[in-house]
Design a protein around this ligand. Structure first.
Ligand code: PMP
Length: 374
């Protein structure tokens, strides 16, 4: 622990009070929240909170067992049916979290005889899934299609599986999925896309980036705890894939099913995501992304992209956390992100935008950051 503290890597959890929204209450102080994944503001939407309450009253507070034993309720099924229809796939299955989903998918689909090919900036849950599978893993440079193709050409494996996020969690950039998919088709590999930060936000009805780019990867994963406003995750694909996961994914089988209230909120969140209200929220979020980029450029922070995840690179961990703490004192909660979440030396302040942020909020975020860095 001393070592972690010395290197500026010690972690502690802030306590937030109240309903999640553009303003958070930390230590009895109201601050602008630029740290949540509540992109569309649905975690505090009355319809989701009502649905969670009603579902709990109707079906109980807990699910009492794993899905395969006695924990599977009609609301679990309803969410899965909705996801399959929304994503346009044969079937879908819900996991307790995105971490569980990624670990479950990768460890069920790949073995020692296969090869997993993974983007170097993929999320920890993907890395852990790769490790649990015991498959050999090769890493390609972030979005490096040439390197990816070189790895795809390697033979001696039963099957190859390429895994990438669509919108990357700590950088906010969007993978060239169409090109990656093309390479997978050409070299006969399976493609798994983690849409944790795109589901609900990107594409028609928020179906994600794969859908927007006109491809259908074999394995499409997304979370229910970010834009959708509840918690949990889905995997969408063929009936065969989903049956395989239900039978083989240990992180699905050996854990208590999510509570009915959580599923009730997820279903209400998905319905909003796919509705005109979802379109309106996505449009506001997109406008905020553009405005935030413009404000950052004007304030002398070049190189940022428009989007709902905006890193401002600092480099050193300790300094990043100090800047984040000073922003918080100034009323702006934008968390510092450091090793091992991102590679060493690339620590950053990560601003996550919401559809509910106002122009005033965005201006305050940028002016506070600028004042802190002066
Ligand atoms: N994949 C990515 C890309 C993520 O950013 C996250 C969450 N930070 C997860 C998976 C895990 O999702 P969950 O929080 O639902 O476990």
């Amino acid at each position: 622990m001393e070592e972690l503290k010395r290197r500026g890597l010690y972690r502690a959890m802030p306590v937030l009070n109240g309903i999640p929204g553009r303003v958070a209450t930390i230590d009895s102080r109201e601050v602008l929240n630029f740290s949540s994944n509540n992109y569309l503001g649905l975690a505090g939407h009355p319809r989701l909170m009502q649905a969670a309450a009603e579902c709990s009253l109707r079906h109980g507070a807990g699910s009492t067992a794993s899905r395969l034993i006695a924990g599977n309720g009609e609301v679990h099924r309803a969410v899965e049916d909705f996801v399959a229809q929304w994503k346009g796939t044969e079937a879908a299955v819900v996991f307790g979290s995105g971490y569980q989903a990624n670990v479950g998918i990768l460890s069920s689909l790949a073995t020692e005889e296969d090869l997993i090919i993974s983007d170097m900036l993929n999320h920890a849950s993907i890395i852990d899934g790769c490790r649990l599978s015991r498959a050999p893993v090769r890493i390609y440079g972030h979005f490096d299609l040439q390197q990816l193709e070189d790895l795809l050409k390697m033979d001696g494996y039963r099957r190859k599986l390429v895994v990438t996020e669509s919108v990357f969690s700590m950088d906010g950039d969007l993978a060239p999925l169409k090109e990656i998919d093309g390479l997978c088709r050409r070299w006969g590999a399976l493609l798994m896309v983690d849409e944790a930060h795109a589901a609900g936000v990107v594409g028609l009805q928020g179906r994600g980036a794969a859908n927007e780019q006109g491809i259908v990867p074999e394995i499409q994963m997304g979370t229910l705890g970010k834009a959708v406003g509840a918690s949990g995750a889905y995997v969408a694909g063929t009936r065969q894939l989903i049956d395989l996961l239900i039978n083989k994914a240990r992180s699905f089988i050996y854990t208590t099913a999510a509570s009915p209230g959580v599923l009730g909120a997820a279903l209400a969140g998905l319905k909003i995501v796919a509705s005109p209200e979802g379109d309106m929220r996505r449009e506001r979020l997109q406008n905020n992304g553009q405005e935030f980029q413009r404000l950052l450029h004007e304030a002398g922070f070049p190189g940022s992209r428009p989007g709902h995840i905006v890193p401002v690179h600092i480099g050193e961990s300790r300094r990043t956390m100090e800047i984040s703490a000073r922003c918080l004192q100034g009323g702006v909660f934008a968390h510092g992100i450091r090793y091992p979440t991102v590679p060493e030396g690339t620590a950053r302040i990560r601003f996550t935008l919401m559809s509910d942020h106002t122009s005033e909020d965005l201006r305050k975020a940028v002016s506070t950051l600028k004042a802190v860095l002066r």
